[in-house]
Design a protein around this ligand. Sequence first.
Ligand code: GDP
Ligand code: GDP
Length: 461
Amino acid sequence: MFELIKNSYKIIFVGRPNVGKSTLFNRLLNYRKALVHNKPGVTRDRVEAQTNWMVKGNKFPVLLVDTGGIGGEYFKDEIIKQIRFSISSADLILLLFDAQTGLTPSDQIVLQQVRESIGDSKRHIPIVGVVNKVDVEVHEALLFDFYSTGLNSIVTVSAEHGRGIEDLKLELYNKMISCPVTILPECSDHIEHIPKITIVGRPNVGKSTFINALLNENRMITSSIPGTTIDSVDSLVKIDNKPYLVIDTAGIRKKSKTKQGVEVLSVVLAQKALERSDLAILLLDGETGITTQDEKIAAIIEKHGCSVILAVNKWDTQKRNFKFTKMHAATRVRDEMKFLKYAPIVFMSALEKQGFETLGNLIEKILKERKKKISTHVFTEWIRTEATVHNPKNAKFFMCHQTGSHPPSFACHVNDPTKIDSSLNGYFMNSMRKRWGFTGSPIRLYFIKHHHVKSRFAVNV
Ligand code: GDP
Ligand code: GDP
C-alpha cells in the first residue's frame, strides 16, 4: 500500500577530509557557499541541495548530500554513523580522492567503510571514484594507483578550476539511468502542490516505528552533537498511489537529555512542522492513555488550522483486554479532547503494521473535503435558513461568504455580533458538518458587524 517515491537521484559525497568535497559540491551546484576550508577534520553540518542538471538534453534531477569527512579527529563516530545512514538511502556514492596526495591508507579505510555500508543496506549502490585536484594534466601512473582500489568507474576533475565537471555529470547520468529508481517528474516541479502530512505525538508514542513502517527503511539517526541531528525529515511517499510529503518529527528525541527538555522540544518541533502542513496524524498511546502533553500538541494542531487524524497506536497491547474496547477508548479520547471532536479516530499497531488499511482513503477524503468551496449565494441562503431554526437573540444575517480553505473559514456579516452566543455558534458548526462534512478539518466562523454602505452617489440634502 505504501511506496517510497523519489523526485531526484540522491548522490552522496564521501571522502576523507580535505579532498575537496565541499568545493566539488559547490561547483556541481554552480555556486560558492562559505563552506570550504583547508583544516582537516573540521566538522560541519550535513549539507543537502537539490538541483537539475541538463545532460544530453535531458533534465537530470539530483539531490546532492555532502557528508563530513571520514577520518578526521573530531566526531569520528558520529560522522561515520551519519555516512552509513546517508548511504542507506543513496542512489549513488561519489567517492573523492586527492590527486596531489595520491591514494593514502585513509582513503583505503574510507572505501572499506563505504563497502561495508553498502553491504548493510543490502542494495546495489554504484560508486563513482573522483580523483580531484587534477588541475593541469592527468598522470597515467597516478590513475593506475586509484584503479588498484577495484573501482571501475573513475573520473578526474579539478573542482577548484572547473575541469572535467561536464564529464563527471555525464558519468553520473549514465550510471543513474541504468538504476531501478522511480522518478516522478511531476513531483520535482510541483512539490509545493503535494499535500503535506506531519506525524506528531509526544515522545515514545511510536512515531519512528510508524514512519519506518510507512517507509520500510530505517531513517532514525541518533546523535547528541549539535549540527549533526536531523530535526525533521521529509519523505515523498505514495499512499494508495497518491503522492504525499510526510514530515517526520521523531528525530528530536535524542537532542535533549532531560525528560522535560524532550517534551518542550517535541512541542516546538511539532509547531514548526505543522506550520507547513495540511494534515497532522496525531499519535496517541493506546497502552498508557492520554496525557496533558497530548492535549497540548492537539491544541497546537487546532491553532494552526491543520486537518487531523487521531491515531491510537500500540493497540496490539489491548488485544486481549476485552474490558477495554475500541469504543471505550474512543469515548475516552472524545472526553479528553473535546475540541477535536471532528477528528476521525483510527486504531493501529505501528509495530505489527496493522490498522493502516483504511488510512489512505481517510487521508484522501479529509484533504478533498478540506478543499471544498461553497459559493456566497449558497452559504448566505443556508445561514439565513438555519437562523430561522435556532437563533435565540434574533441576530440578522447579511452576506456570508467563504474566506479561505486552510482551514475552511467563513465570514458572516450580522447586524450585531454580540447576538451570536456559543450555543448559536455551536449550532452552526454542527449543521455545517452535517451539510458539508469537512471531516477532520477545523472550521473557522467569524461574525462581523454589518455596516450599511451608503451609495457613492447619494446626495445629502
Ligand atoms: P573537504 O574537506 O573534502 O570538503 O575539502 P574542501 O572542499 O574543504 O577542500 C579542501 C582544500 O582543497 C581547500 O583548500 C580547497 O581550496 C582545496 N581544493 C579543492 N579542490 C581543489 C582542486 O581542484 N585543486 C586544488 N589545487 N585544490 C583544491
Ligand atoms: P517515538 O519517540 O514517538 O518516535 O517512538 P518510537 O517509535 O521510538 O517507539 C517507542 C517505543 O514504543 C518503542 O519501544 C517501540 O517499539 C514501541 N512501539 C511503537 N509502536 C508500537 C506498537 O504499535 N505496539 C507496541 N506494543 N509497541 C510499539
